[in-house]
Ligand binder design. Structure first.
Ligand code: FES
Length: 163
């Protein structure tokens, strides 16, 4: 039921619709409450840290049988190249030592698509701006028979794990 009041404002009278005022008051209350809830929730999001520390640097790459002799395969998600020569296995970094691009395999070793650095099959720089050879990472045989690469431990280039 609408109640209309007339108020004399001097020059003309103004019609005031009370249900409309109530509705607008209710609407603004809901808006205020909603924005307060949203801001409280957005502050609560910051309580739990969202920091990520990247992928683990020590990981399994599978059983030695999965890498037959002569294998030279890039594991792009891990940024390594698994090399198997006879009964020897190694893991060479595929992160360019220039500015960190992911290096691809080439006929002569490795090639960086970003600025043209070239590496031989052992990761030695043969051309381009890369300042250092590609690091080799420690490979071990885990108790479950799988090969494990530890990217936190660099080893002497040319050091293979005998499997
Ligand atoms: S990042 Fe590989 S050559 Fe620059």
């Amino acid at each position: 039921m609408a109640v209309n009041l007339r108020r004399n404002s001097g020059r003309k009278s103004e019609e005031v619709d009370l249900p409309r005022r109530r509705f607008l008051g209710w609407l603004s209350s809901v808006g205020l409450f909603g924005s307060a809830v949203l801001s409280a929730m957005s502050n609560l999001v910051f309580i739990k840290p969202r920091a990520t520390y990247g992928a683990p640097q020590r990981f399994s790459i599978g059983k030695p049988d999965e890498f037959p002799a002569g294998t030279r395969v890039a594991v792009e998600t891990r940024r390594i190249c698994v090399v198997r020569e006879g009964n020897k296995v190694a893991a060479i970094s595929t992160t360019c030592t220039h500015l960190g691009c992911i290096i691809g395999l080439s006929e002569t070793g490795f090639a960086c698509p970003c600025h043209g650095s070239r590496f031989d099959s052992d990761g030695n720089v043969t051309g381009g701006p890369a300042p250092r050879p590609l690091p080799w990472f420690k490979v071990t045989l885990a108790p479950n028979g799988e090969l494990e690469v530890d990217k936190d431990t660099e080893i002497e280039p040319g050091s293979y794990l005998n499997v």
